[in-house]
Design a protein around this ligand. Sequence first.
Ligand code: PEP
Length: 253
Amino acid sequence: MRRPVIAGNWKMHKFIADSVTTALALKPLVVNANHCEIVIAPVFTAIKSVADRLEGSNIRVAGQDCAPEQKHGAHTGEVAADMLRDAGASYVIVGHSERRQFYGETDSMVNRKVQAALAAELTPIVCVGETLAQRDAGLAERVVKGQIDGGLRDLTVSALERIIIAYEPVWAIGTGRTATPEQAQQMQAFIRRIIAERFGEEASQLLRILYGGSVKPDNIAGLMAQPDIDGALVGGASLEAETFAKIVHYNAA
Ligand code: PEP
């Protein structure tokens, strides 16, 4: 009943030409994948070219970030959510741990970006996740709850229906160290519980919660078999069309 989402985050990789080449290589490989939504997030400068070439396909395009401001103006270096929409994106990643860690993104900025994305009719993929030190200190659930409370502040139930959450433990991102399916399931069930407390049981059952952190073709099936894992946000393994297509086809025998 929850349609899975397999999303690729290309981070700061690929020039425009390579982005288009990868997107075009992916297209025929996933043309029959009707079981999930497929999303790729190229760098800002490649979004328009990639989106144009994917028009009419089953692959959607995402931005990797957006401005917290909704009104266009003097915000040097920022890209507004509706500008992403204008370039052909229909999703946007918000609150990725690299933005939180290296660019000082706070929960209240994440919240403003979520609101901006929704106002622009983009689907925000809101990332949450604890660091290794926080997990080792027994604080993982508290940290994730704080990120959700702050990031989704003032959201209505109908707004919640238009967002996706990605649980990405920081210690599993780009490290080759995946959370076990059980670890991911445990946290994702916890996330669904806190969403249920705030937004109601029905809304929590509709919410898609992705897992991210060193997802590869050989570990995706085990993750997807968990009841509260509704897809994946994939970094490194999304850069090559063949590898990403294998992840999209996690359900193939
Ligand atoms: C990510 O960037 O969101 C991510 C999960 O990266 P990786 O798959 O490389 O760990």
